[in-house]
Design a binder for this molecule. Structure first.
Ligand SMILES: Nc1nc2c(ncn2[C@@H]2O[C@H](COP(=O)(O)OP(=O)(O)OP(=O)(O)O)[C@@H](O)[C@H]2O)c(=O)[nH]1
Ligand SMILES: [Mg+2]
Length: 327
């Protein structure tokens, strides 16, 4: 069990600097929270009330659709409008971590060195407590540190990505001309979470066809009573359509009942996943320290016991706390 504690000194000053909007402190706090350094939870508690005002935008779409390029363009436009921007790139191979972007190093450098924009990359694997949780923590730290808009760029459109963008207030789905069958593939699970559709690379042929495909697909789903999300064309390469897109992002209001529903689900998921991590960690530590885990492993390897009985017995020994795990 963790003993109750106040935020220790090194956390104390760090938290104060984060709340004062200091970039280095923000970076440091993110790392320490990601590493689950002792006291991380108290530090998160301490910043919680200062968070909640930033708009978190998830940017998802198939690999190579131009998510990073668009993120860069959007960030620049937001800065032009006086907004403070945080970017979370959930992708180890993201151009933000070393690749080239539109072959335009200068522009990238410009955004890297703008003090209004803070960019943070996050590996897709091995985040303690899960990816969605990690992204949420990072966004919350940026938020408390005074960022107005937080852009989360994911890689691909798989289950992990859906998890990540679930932490967002608004989800932008980036599509491209020639995606054809891809649009069909998007249907599964992703369509429901997208609030805005972008057809990027509209400088290439076929943009109108994709727009029509998406339009008809959305018209079908609107029969279920959902409002039809806006569909916009952009070219990150030529900086076309970016102003309209940003204006839409800034003014977009999810319908009140959908927003409430989303918030409730997000809160519920956050509480449950924190709980899951904590309960598991505490039981794991306990079994490890008491030697029960290694005993059990031995018994299983020696075929003296099966894993099912082992788990049932271990749970029964947990001071009556086994009820936590009943179905
Ligand atoms: N023609 C054209 N090319 C673009 C546009 N936007 C991005 N690209 C190019 O598309 C390629 C992929 O761009 P990225 O921004 O890295 O795409 P991404 O979706 O972030 O890619 P991953 O993160 O790898 O999934 C690059 O070669 C870009 O130069 C656009 O509007 N038009
Ligand atoms: Mg990218």
């Amino acid at each position: 069990m963790e003993k109750p504690k106040t935020v220790n000194n090194s956390w104390n000053s760090l938290v104060a600097w984060v709340l004062a909007g200091k970039v280095r402190a923000m970076a440091r706090m993110i790392t320490r929270v990601e590493d689950r350094e002792p006291g991380w939870k108290d530090a998160m508690k301490a910043i919680y009330s200062a968070s909640g005002s930033a708009k978190v935008i998830g940017i998802t779409g198939p690999p190579g659709a131009g998510k990073s390029s668009l993120t860069c363009e959007i960030a620049q436009e937001l800065v032009r409008l006086g907004q403070k921007v945080g970017i979370i790139a959930v992708d180890p191979t993201s151009p933000f971590t070393g690749g080239s972007l539109l072959g335009d190093r200068l522009r990238m450098k410009k955004i890297f060195t703008t003090k209004e924009v803070f960019i943070r990359s996050m590996a897709t694997r091995g985040m303690l407590g899960g990816l969605s949780h990690a992204a949420r923590d990072v966004a919350r730290i940026m938020d408390a540190s005074g960022k107005d808009i937080i852009l989360i760029e994911t890689v691909g459109v798989g289950q992990d990505e859906i998890e990540v963008v679930k932490a967002a207030d608004l989800v932008m789905m980036v599509c491209i001309p020639g995606q054809g069958d891809g649009i069909q593939a998007l249907k599964a699970g992703v369509m429901e979470i997208a609030d805005i559709f972008i057809i990027n690379k509209a400088d290439l042929p076929g943009a109108d066809e994709v727009m029509a495909d998406i339009g008809s697909m959305l018209a079908l789903s609107s029969e279920t009573g959902h409002p039809i999300p806006p569909v916009l064309k952009t070219s990150a390469l030529k900086s076309h359509g970016i102003r309209d897109l940003v204006a839409t992002l800034l003014t977009y209001q999810t319908e009140k009942n959908i927003q409430d529903f989303k918030r409730e689900n997000q809160a519920k998921e956050e509480i449950l996943s924190l709980m899951e991590n904590e309960v598991f960690r505490s039981i794991h530590n306990r079994l490890e320290q008491s030697g029960e885990l290694s005993n059990a492993v031995r018994q299983m390897i020696d075929k003296k016991k099966d894993p099912y009985s082992i788990v049932t017995e271990l749970l029964q020994q947990l001071d009556g706390k086994a009820y936590l795990f009943k179905a």
